[in-house]
Design a protein around this ligand. Sequence first.
Ligand code: HEC
Length: 287
Amino acid sequence: MKLQSAIQFASAAVALAALIVIGPSAIAADSIDPAADAKAFQKYFTDKFPRLELKDFVNGPYSMNEDMRRQWQEKEEFPPYEFSLEAGKEMFSTPFRNGKTYADCFPNGGIGIRQDYPYFDGKEGKVVTLELALNRCREANGEAPISYVKDDMAALTAYMAFTSRGKPFDIKIPNDPRALEAFEDGKRYFYTRRGQLNFSCASCHVQNPGERIRAEILAPALGILNAMPIYRSEWGGMGTISRRFVTCNIQTRGVPLEPQSDEYRNLEYYLSYVSNGLPISGPGARP
Ligand code: HEC
């Protein structure tokens, strides 16, 4: 990104970020109100883009204008994620060496459940994402975990998203102070500035959705995970949520976290919850 536009983004975001970034220790669990946050978050985007319906936000950059939407429809006719989807279906139904399959690890045999992830696990006291649950399933069955940022994980999550298309995100935050804090931590991560460019996630995806950075159109933060995983021409392949988080951190010349670290899990929990009600549309394809 050119410095000029970097500065523009940065200054545009200052006002909002100053309002919403709250110090870690300032928050007590009983003052955290995810439902109110989600309502305000969704209203911000529907006010900003009054011609879009809620469900239209799930196609990332393609939701932002008519031309882009036409390109998306054309892409959906010969979707570039098709190969990955087939591979995922195959992997999903191939038994592990012990004879069990992924289906044995998930409610409803893993079909049509994408919208329920991530969830808060009361026993562990932490957020569990779908990617993490897939690797835990492998390990519980004596298989080595797979990379969070590579093709196999993208293929598996592509298949699971596909069987859940159209189902609204239904993320639950139980009345447990640890769950509320996980949500709040994810929110804080999203709005905190970092990296050499001093951007937060919100600087781009809340302040500037629909704007261009080089050739790319910024996706709105509302519905930003509904189409995951995504095929990107620039990647020449598929990317998981983990891969996208890492890439966006690097883009602002920051240091990415470990995939499935507590912070990234909480970030995914926050972003998914504030998109409750919007349909799963994955896998997606991007220019
Ligand atoms: C400098 C601007 C910038 C910042 C800051 C940034 N991103 Fe991105 N992000 C992009 C660009 C460019 C893309 C690719 C085009 C698009 O889809 O928005 C993207 C794409 C994404 C996507 C995929 C959207 C889709 O539908 O294809 C997700 C998810 C995402 N970013 C999350 C994040 C998170 C989480 C953070 C904070 C850790 C973050 N981004 C910070 C620029 C940014």
